[in-house]
Design a protein around this ligand. Structure first.
Ligand SMILES: [Zn+2]
Length: 539
């Protein structure tokens, strides 16, 4: 069977017969709403010239509620005269239909329209299977977002994590703080109407859209529009470089909180998702050290460190969102504080300090989403974050052994767009890794070679829709990847000094992170030896 992600449950051939797919498919949807089948109908029409109509009578495809099934689980019966999909939720039906779609394409292209008689049950390994797209560094329009959402849905990813704000731009219209989109977006932002439209489009495809409003760091754009958010009312411009910037929101002023609450009132209305992401990563504390408001806040609440001041800020914002029924997500940086509330979901990407501060929280049961940058960051070239690494990824924190437990919510791939300028480039970085991620998050029993075979078929059959690099530039052996990476590093070598400045890190920190990166990427390759191969020693 060529389905991606591979079925995670029981499969049974019925007997030797087959079901013949008709060109006009009559669907019985029972008491379900028609939107549940809309994306399926579009797909089979687009890719198989099969048209769909509804019937109350004898159907070729019938949807039946079965409350015994888990929330995203579905059951499929391929019978001699019909296909039956059962599920307990709309999302379960959407996943069942995504499988039926892939089966119909395969049947039409390779088996004269015939699907083997069989029954199966399929239920994901993880509840959270996401993709994080940064639209702040570079903006990607509503149509492009829909193309990506559609691809995600075909492969049963269920979360679009939308990184809407950062130092380089604010991408969401605000009626309460209009200078955000007027002054801090370069004219490139989503209107509220466009947001609602995209959220609905995603819902029809089984996908939850989680907005990320990053705070208190990565807020140059917001502060460029509203300077009073900073400790010293600093006038700054939107950043045109990349990295970590010193001017951040002031957690000492009560007015900062009120400003954020007004914004959250507005943004939460646009996103029905249970989750809300408040970022919390990479927040320098230099300004806070010198700020009288920040110092007063620390005295007032007996906070021992500036990290705990961020913890206080995180808790205040989280509490406000919790009252609105939201579960709050933050990047693992929030755990540097000793006082962060345990009911927050933490998204793991990287600990740049030598000692793991995340692991103890995991052991205590803190819920986590895993987006390990060495395996699941898709902005790195294919030779660095290799397809196999994404495919075989298992949640892990630094040197600790593989993790297990119900409090692993799932996996997210991420694409940061500092150096991604066009739709086509964005798609070529996401594409094919998206399928690997989908299977890593859905299926326990994985097989990389078998996956590559199915992926080839999906490319050939136009089930994958996003622009992709040729498969031989994506599926690389370790040696091929190393050679490519060496070439790339050589080309980048001259730009090293500049890029260190861009990141805002000290040279020491930069070296430690890049050494760690090399070791992770090319396990076993000594970074020093690596550098000498490149002729980089002694620069
Ligand atoms: Zn301050």
């Amino acid at each position: 069977m060529v389905v991606i992600p591979r079925i995670n449950g029981e499969k049974r051939r019925r007997d030797n017969g087959s079901y013949l797919v008709k060109d006009k498919l009559q669907i019985h949807i029972g008491n379900l709403e028609p939107w549940v089948v809309r994306s399926f109908a579009e797909r089979v029409e687009r890719n198989c010239a099969v048209t769909v109509s509804f019937t109350e009578g004898i159907a070729d495809l019938a949807l039946a509620r079965n409350d015994q099934l888990a929330p995203e689980e579905y059951a499929l019966e391929i019978l001699p005269n019909m296909i039956q999909v059962s599920a307990s939720t709309e999302r379960g039906f959407i996943w069942g239909l995504a499988t039926v779609y892939q089966m119909i394409v395969d049947a039409k292209r390779h088996h004269e329209g015939r699907i083997d008689l069989q029954s199966l049950r399929d239920n994901p390994k993880y509840a959270h299977r996401g993709l994080n797209i940064d639209v702040a560094r570079h903006f990607f329009g509503p149509e492009e977002m829909k193309r990506i959402i559609e691809e995600m849905s075909v492969y049963k990813l269920n979360v679009l994590h939308w990184h809407l704000t950062d130092d380089q731009g604010w991408r969401i219209e605000s009626k309460v703080h209009p200078k955000l989109h007027e002054l801090a977006s370069d004219g490139q932002y989503y209107t509220q109407e466009q947001i609602r439209d995209i959220v609905l489009y995603a819902k029809e495809r089984g996908i939850d859209v989680i907005p990320e409003i990053d705070m208190p760091g990565h807020t140059s754009a917001a502060i460029a529009a509203y300077k009073e958010l900073s400790c010293f009312d600093e006038e700054i411009a939107i950043q045109d470089k990349y990295g970590v910037f010193q001017v951040v929101m002031c957690p000492g002023k009560e007015s900062t909180y009120q400003w954020i609450y007004n914004l959250l009132d507005e943004v939460t209305e646009l996103f029905p998702s249970l989750y809300f992401h408040i970022g919390g990563d990479e927040c320098p504390k230099e300004k806070w050290r010198r700020c009288p408001h920040c110092q007063e806040q620390m005295r007032k609440h007996g906070l021992a460190s500036f990290e705990d001041l961020q913890g206080y800020f995180t808790n205040e914002i989280s509490q406000y969102l919790r009252k609105k029924g939201k579960t709050v997500i933050g990047w693992n940086d929030v755990l540097k504080a000793s006082n962060v509330s345990g009911d927050m979901v933490v998204q793991y990407w990287l600990e740049s300090t030598p000692d793991s501060y995340v692991y103890p929280h995991f052991v205590q049961g803190q819920k986590m989403i895993f987006s390990d940058m060495f395996n699941l960051y898709f902005d790195y070239p294919h030779c660095m974050v290799k397809l196999r690494k994404t495919y075989e990824y298992q949640p892990k924190i630094r040197d600790h052994s593989q993790l297990h437990g119900d409090h692993i919510l799932g996996l997210e791939g991420a694409i940061w767009t500092e150096r991604v300028l066009t739709d086509e480039h964005l798609e070529s970085m996401i594409s094919l890794r998206l399928q690997a991620l989908a299977e890593a998050a859905w299926t326990i029993d994985r097989d990389y070679d078998d996956f590559i075979h199915r992926l080839e078929v999906h490319i050939h059959d136009s089930i994958t829709q996003l622009h992709a690099l040729p498969l031989d530039e994506v599926v690389l052996t370790d040696e091929q990847a190393l050679v490519k990476a060496l070439e790339m590093m050589k080309a980048m070598a001259t730009a090293t000094a500049d890029s260190i400045q861009d990141t805002g890190l000290s040279e020491d920190e930069h070296k430690r992170i890049s050494d760690m990166f090399m070791a992770e990427m090319f396990g076993g390759v000594d970074p020093g030896e690596f550098a000498s191969k490149l002729g980089l020693n002694g620069k």
